[in-house]
Design a protein around this ligand. Structure first.
Ligand code: PLP
Length: 455
């Protein structure tokens, strides 16, 4: 802390930080960092530290920090037209251009995009569109949504309910009545007894089907899922998972919503996670990578199938009674246009694929046989190191030892930002797509040192 720095004092005294232990922060037991700048894969803070951001903010600064092209596009937009709304048929050049660019990058059967501000509100929009859709179809009972344990879909009332991580439910009295959680595709944490990955996928699908049968398929509207579980531990699907799940959904007329807030626009080394795994979603949620977080913007991408019903209902129902003041905000849209152009021009998705593979391979070579590393998994520019007390049993380390938090702390002391993922002992990495091989090497070497330090 800088001596007598009023900013740091105000930060402790009056700033209510999200996802922070409020009392420990006030007591000074949670490290405080006021970030002042960023360039490429690095950020700098008020105390003069320069850190390699191995998590791209909150897996969102995909093109890296300090991109002048995006900054200029934002400034130009602010000078020319800082705001106009999107209600009753209005738009801006930036928002319409971005809509076209998004649909050009989405799977072929998607036909409309609704813009919001963040991933949570885009998921709320998708929930409302689905309920509206089933009301128009004359299926008012078909409203429940199934998501997965370990899924993360936001912190709103309904999206917090969809989220399958206990921390986000605790003591908030969320309206859980319309939400069901099914098994996570977390092969590493599979129940006792041996199963191949394919058997495990079949088991997840049969659990889903049993839940649908139990509840009554006429009551289930949608299945909500990230193509790769993100916040729930960076978990790529086990072999055959999506094929089997989609077959169940089709059988019972249940919509698939792909929450691509993390995976959209390149994080898996493909444009969209849906294409990467052969998903055919009815709706897609996008946010973070849409603007690389240079400005808040999200989107709900709607398939032709859903759109046709919405259009058909409009003559009876009138205008869609859903909108935010900042829907399709032109500054966010200008950032999105510049961001998607930059991703193409610099070949950043190819880099995410190549350097992401390198990072995962090097992590496996270096730590794959470590007695306290249970699994290293990842896809594209996502990598997770799951720690264990005993590799052979996959037993979790003693919670009191706080090994993951200590390892992440050790990494930070050595200039690397990683994330202790909630609800398991997992060190997570999701670097910007511009990460170099040298930077990947640095992450791996320092992670190995941190793991050796805490065991
Ligand atoms: N969906 C997923 C998959 C996410 O990872 C997140 C945020 O991390 C969200 C939704 C919520 O997005 P936001 O924090 O922008 O509301």
């Amino acid at each position: 802390m800088l001596k007598n720095d009023p900013l740091e004092q105000w930060d402790r005294d009056i700033f209510l930080h999200p996802s922070t232990h409020l009392a420990e922060f006030a007591r000074g037991n949670v490290p405080q960092r006021i970030v002042t700048g960023g360039k490429g894969s690095h950020i700098t803070d008020r105390n003069g530290n320069r850190l390699l951001d191995g998590f791209a903010g909150l897996y969102c600064v995909n093109v890296g920090y300090g991109r002048q092209e995006i900054a200029e596009a934002i400034a130009d937009q602010a000078r020319e037209l800082s705001y106009y709304h999107a209600y009753v048929g209005h738009g801006t050049e930036a928002s319409v251009t971005l809509a076209k660019m998004v649909l050009d990058r989405a799977p072929d059967h998607m036909s409309k995009v609704y813009f919001g501000l963040g991933g949570s509100d885009a998921n709320e929009t998708n929930i409302k569109l689905i309920w509206y859709y089933n009301n128009i179809r004359g299926l008012p009972e078909k409203k429940k949504i199934i998501s997965r344990w370990r899924g993360y879909h936001g912190s709103g009332l309904m999206t917090g309910s969809l989220t399958g991580l206990h921390l986000f439910h605790k003591k908030f009295d969320l309206p859980m009545a319309q939400v069901l959680h099914t098994e996570a595709p977390y092969y590493y944490g599979r129940p006792k007894g041996e199963m191949t990955e394919e058997e495990f996928s079949a088991w997840c699908a049969s659990e889903l089907e049993a839940m649908i049968e139990r509840e009554g398929p006429e009551t289930i509207a949608a299945f909500w899922a990230e193509p790769v579980l993100g916040t729930g531990g960076i978990v790529p699907p086990p072999k055959g998972y999506w094929e089997k799940i989609q077959a169940v959904l089709e059988k019972y007329d249940i919509l698939l919503v792909a929450d691509e807030v993390v995976t959209g626009f390149g994080r898996l080394g493909s444009m969209m996670g849906s294409d990467h795994y052969g998903l055919k979603p009815d709706l897609i949620t996008i946010a973070k990578g849409l603007t690389s977080a240079y400005a808040p913007l999200s989107g709900s991408i709607v398939s032709d199938k859903v759109w046709k019903v919405l259009e058909q209902g409009a003559d009876e129902l009138g205008p869609l009674g859903h909108g935010w003041t900042y829907s399709a905000h032109p500054i966010g849209a200008a950032a999105g246009v510049a961001n998607l152009k930059l991703i193409d021009e610099l070949g950043l998705i190819e880099n995410a694929a190549t350097v992401g593979r390198y990072l995962n391979d090097r992590m496996r070579e270096t730590l794959g046989d470590h007695p306290n590393v249970g699994e290293i998994r990842g896809e594209g520019m996502l990598c997770a190191v799951e720690l264990t007390a005993d590799r052979s049993t996959r037993a979790a380390p003693d919670a009191g030892d706080k090994v993951t938090q200590r390892a992440v702390g050790h990494l930070l002391e050595n200039g690397i930002i990683a994330r202790a993922m909630p609800q398991a002992e997992i060190i997570g990495f999701a670097p910007p797509f511009c990460l170099t091989q040298d930077e990947a090497d640095e992450i791996v070497e320092k992670t190995a040192r941190a793991v050796n330090e805490v065991f």
